[in-house]
Design a protein around this ligand. Structure first.
Ligand code: HEM
Length: 506
């Protein structure tokens, strides 16, 4: 006979496991994962933003024509003729920006809570692939309106793709081995942005990248369950396991634990309760003692569903408010003979564009590649999993993090200040060889100072986790500073201005 509470619990599990959409969740979840200040709901918000983009993207696609002659007018039609088209476009645009922003925030949260240890490293790496897809998806969509903003932003982007040319030019081998040219051609299919680029970007934006992101998202979610739910502190589980008394449990004649929960356990969840084997004299073998730890997890239904519903409402409300208050920009039709000055890339590439202004090769290729390599290699270098599931890995990490942000802020601002106020080697020494500026410039020096700081932290603390936190926060602070300079302080000819009102009339 099942008790009333057993019946309720079975229903809670069935609600999740028998529903096509909900069965992506585990029937039970650890309360640690539900703490609002642990995840800030960022992953779920991202999933909803992606959903919003797919729905609005479909509507836009029905009215858009991907040809150089008609693209701009079709977007104008969407804005001025199609009923509600303007708002659909606004929603799509702000959700896209939101996705890039929230992906960075989510990456930062998973890093700072040490969610890349052990098996979770694979989800971390899948996440990095998702970051790249999200950025590229947003960037490829940027070209589609075919206005001045789109055209010149993508032209800048394609020049960034060709940054390896600086190195091959210096080595005098561009004629033989034009790596930069190869990447540029791969991206836009030509020397300049034209119909080939538009067709390529359209296909990438509406077919290839969304499908890739869907597959990666599915894989990401599946891995979360495979990894036993979200990360949480190890100590909480191992320090004082609450062992259930054998007498408090009900067993079948065969000696298996009679819990309805057990029957419905998610088999892929390594944390699930396994029925312990009861020995003939009624005691539980020591091997199975640990499986009898009180299951601290709670039922996903209904609590997680309420949280997710609130996040959906929150995300939708913010995007709707943005869409009603701010219109997505649409400038004049792209004009190849009138370059924008300053020609700026999309905001999330402006940090790289700022670095490119010092050196195309190191700023556009080397430093971004080093950063991605660092992100990918973290789980293989830092294995101090005792820090798993704790923000900043505790007080020491928090202190190091705060000092690191100040350090990186200071170093980066000083280097940019020197370059803006006094110029760099070319202004000081005239015809200095290009490769010296390529190697020594504010971007490379920032990266060097970040790495030195991380080595110092490793020597002082002996901890790879602390060194990783130091390097990550240095790089993120640097990225924010360089991006902010690109967004707010660069004007015509990429000169520095305190505000747009100081820009000269051109
Ligand atoms: C479209 C992009 C993404 C979506 C939709 C997404 C979605 C999610 C969701 C729903 C969760 C569980 C809840 C949460 O942590 O908030 C999660 C966890 C996780 N995500 Fe993502 N994510 C994305 C990108 C990324 C990126 C860029 C990274 C990092 C490189 C990443 C790494 C992780 C990791 C390691 C976990 C497990 C966290 C833990 O165990 O605590 N994800 N993701």
């Amino acid at each position: 006979m099942k008790t009333n509470s057993q019946n309720i619990n079975i229903k809670r599990i069935q609600r999740i496991s028998r529903n096509f959409f909900l069965h992506i969740h585990s029937p039970k979840i650890h309360p640690h994962a539900l703490r609002p200040t642990y995840t800030f709901g960022l992953g779920v918000i991202l999933a909803f933003l992606f959903l919003i983009m797919i729905i609005t993207g479909f509507i836009l696609m029905m009215n858009y024509t991907p040809s150089v002659e008609q693209a701009y007018n079709s977007v104008k039609d969407i804005v001025f003729v199609v009923p509600g088209g303007k708002y659909i476009r606004n929603i799509h645009r702000w959700a896209a920006h939101g996705m890039v922003l929230v992906t960075f925030l989510h990456l930062t949260r998973t890093f700072l809570t040490g969610s890349y240890f052990g098996k979770r490293k694979w989800n971390w790496i899948i996440g990095i692939c998702m970051l790249l897809v999200v950025m590229f998806m947003s960037f490829s969509g940027y070209l589609l309106p075919w206005d001045q903003l789109a055209y010149w932003a993508v032209t800048i982007g394609s020049n960034i793709a060709a940054s390896a040319r600086e190195l091959t030019d210096i080595l005098g081998i561009t004629n033989v081995l034009d790596i930069g040219g190869f990447f540029k051609k791969l991206l836009i299919g030509d020397e300049t942005v034209g119909q080939t680029a538009l067709t390529r970007f359209f296909m990438l934006h509406v077919v290839f990248l969304p499908i890739t992101l869907m597959v990666l998202t599915g894989w990401h979610f599946w891995r979360i369950r495979k990894d036993g739910g979200l990360s949480r502190p190890l100590r909480e589980e191992s320090a004082s396991p609450q062992v259930l008394k054998p007498s408090s449990l009900q067993y079948s004649k065969a000696g298996n634990l009679m819990s309805d929960d057990v029957k419905f356990q998610d088999r892929s969840d390594p944390d699930r309760e396994r029925p312990p084997v009861v020995q003939a004299h009624g005691s539980i073998s020591s091997k199975n003692q640990d499986t009898l730890r009180a299951d601290k997890r709670i039922y996903t239904w209904p609590v997680l569903m309420w949280i997710e519903l609130s996040l959906l409402l929150f995300t939708t409300t913010i995007i709707l408010i943005m869409a009603f208050v701010f219109d997505a920009p649409l400038r004049e039709q792209a004009n190849i003979s009138f370059p924008e000055n300053p020609a700026k890339s999309s905001w999330y590439f402006l940090g790289i564009q700022e670095l490119v202004s010092y050196s195309a090769f190191t700023g556009g290729l080397l430093i971004p590649l080093l950063f991605i390599a660092f992100l990918i290699s973290i789980p293989f270098i830092d294995k101090e999993d005792r820090f798993s599931g704790i923000w900043f890995s505790g007080k020491q990490g928090l202190k190091i993090g705060a000092v690191t942000i100040l350090y990186s802020l200071l170093i980066t601002v000083i280097l940019v200040f020197i370059a803006v106020k006094f110029g760099w080697f070319r202004e000081w020494f005239g015809d200095i060889p290009g490769f010296i500026i390529m190697i020594i410039n504010p971007g490379t020096l920032s990266a060097l100072f970040y790495i030195l700081w991380s080595i110092l932290i490793k020597t002082r603390t002996g901890s790879t986790r602390m060194a990783a936190i130091a390097l990550f926060l240095c790089a993120m602070t640097g990225l924010i500073i360089y991006t902010s300079i690109g967004i707010w302080f660069r004007g015509p000819n990429w000169d520095f201005y305190w505000s747009q009102s100081q820009w000269p009339m051109i």
